[in-house]
Design a protein. Structure first.
Length: 394
């Protein structure tokens, strides 16, 4: 076994000297993760809109819209509300960028509500503030729907009376306003099993470039053959499996080291939150073994370094795209989401999603770890057997 470690450390020295392992294993994935974190939103931004309010009616129903829905979103910190005199002032505020949208209650709004006539309010907004405008529009639609519900309940209670007493109508309307709706929305907290964006970018780039790092071990067998050193290794008083084991150990050390550096660096520099360290370590080891298995199988199918390296690159990019290394698969078509599970990338990222829950345990990682180890055993077993045959026949 000592000979295997000697071969492994010899390969590691070569990779460190030519900096290929450092660039592909650490610099490239961490650099791209940092760029994506800067260019794409990471979920830390807070939404806030500015709204103008125009009350041309000055009635109780119009004032209730300001003191009710608009006051609620202002208190929640979602929006700021400014009252202006007329529609022209509201439009001027939007054009100047002082407001994203405006709600305008026309004259006669309150009378129309009380008389059962058509009543409505106007919402105008900046074309560049579509979300803010839609939020204000939804508030307005909800408020008008609530007024319609109150009006309908009062009309139902007074049905059959020839001339309802105005005081009785006002009293019924007040009771309808004070009565709680039988159907209410209640906030509930749920555990979201999804890693934050600040973690997704380093994780996705790490698993993607891992397939370039993991190929170095078996790929060096072809380099040894080209350089004429493989026959010397075979002629040494060591069994062929020792040579293959040495190459595998070198790949394993490179892969685990590169992944560990990215996990630690992204935690301190990019604000990534990986979760339970033991679970992360288990996923990293399983992912490295899976990448080693697949790259070993692909590499042993090639006749030269260039051919094997090209095939590995094609497989790595294809699996990376299918596995969701470049975009969130939750937004992808269902067929692509299903196909992603034929890749180690998807299982590794799913495992990190499981760890996003503070109460997650190793038991929650049973399926992702099992899938990654299945890749490692099946493809790695075939790849190592082919690599041993390659050594024995040279």
């Amino acid at each position: 076994m000592r000979a295997a470690f000697v071969i492994a450390f010899k390969d590691l020295r070569e990779r460190i000297r030519d900096r290929s392992a450092i660039i592909l294993g650490v610099v490239a994935p961490f650099g791209l993760a940092a760029i994506f974190s800067l260019l794409l939103p990471t979920g830390g931004e807070t939404f806030r809109a500015e709204y103008a309010f125009v009350d041309l009616d000055d009635s109780a129903p119009s004032a209730a819209f300001l003191s009710g829905p608009l006051a609620a979103i202002e208190e929640a910190g979602i929006a700021g509300i400014v009252v202006v005199e007329n529609e022209e002032a509201a439009r001027a505020a939007i054009e100047a960028g002082d407001a994203d949208a405006a709600a305008i209650i026309p004259a006669g709004f309150g009378d129309a509500v009380q008389d059962g006539a058509a009543a409505g309010l106007t919402v105008i907004g900046d074309t560049n503030a579509g979300l803010a405008t839609e939020i204000l529009r939804s508030l307005a639609e909800g408020y008008v729907a609530e007024l319609d519900a109150i009006r309908l309940s009062v009309a139902t209670a007074l049905a059959g009376q020839p001339e309802p007493d105005p005081e009785a109508v006002a009293a019924l309307a007040a009771r309808a306003v004070d009565t709680e709706s039988p159907v209410r929305l209640v906030d509930a907290e749920a555990e979201l099993r999804r890693m934050p964006a600040a973690t997704f970018f380093p994780a996705s780039m790490a698993i993607f470039f891992l397939f370039f790092t993991a190929q170095f071990g078996v790929l060096s067998l072809l380099a040894e053959r080209r350089q004429g050193t493989l026959p010397r290794l075979v002629a040494a008083p060591i069994p062929p499996w020792t040579i293959v084991a040495g190459k595998a150990i070198g790949s394993f050390i490179l892969g685990v080291t590169a992944m560990t550096v990215i996990v630690v660096a992204s935690s301190f520099l990019l604000g990534a939150e990986w979760g339970n360290p033991i679970g992360v370590a288990a996923l990293v080891v399983a992912a490295v073994l899976a990448a080693m298995g697949i790259t070993a199988l692909i590499t042993t199918l090639g006749r030269t370094e260039e051919q094997a390296g090209g095939w590995n690159a094609i497989v790595a990019v294809t699996l990376g795209i299918l596995g969701g290394s470049f975009f969130d698969l939750s937004q992808a078509p269902e067929i692509l989401s299903r196909l992603s599970f034929i890749t180690p990338h998807a299982w590794f990222l799913q495992g990190l999603d499981e760890l996003a829950v503070p109460s997650a345990t190793l038991a929650d990682l049973a399926l992702p770890l099992g899938a990654l180890m299945a890749f490692a055993v099946v493809t790695g077993g075939i790849g190592l057997l082919r690599a041993r045959t390659l050594v024995a026949t040279r």
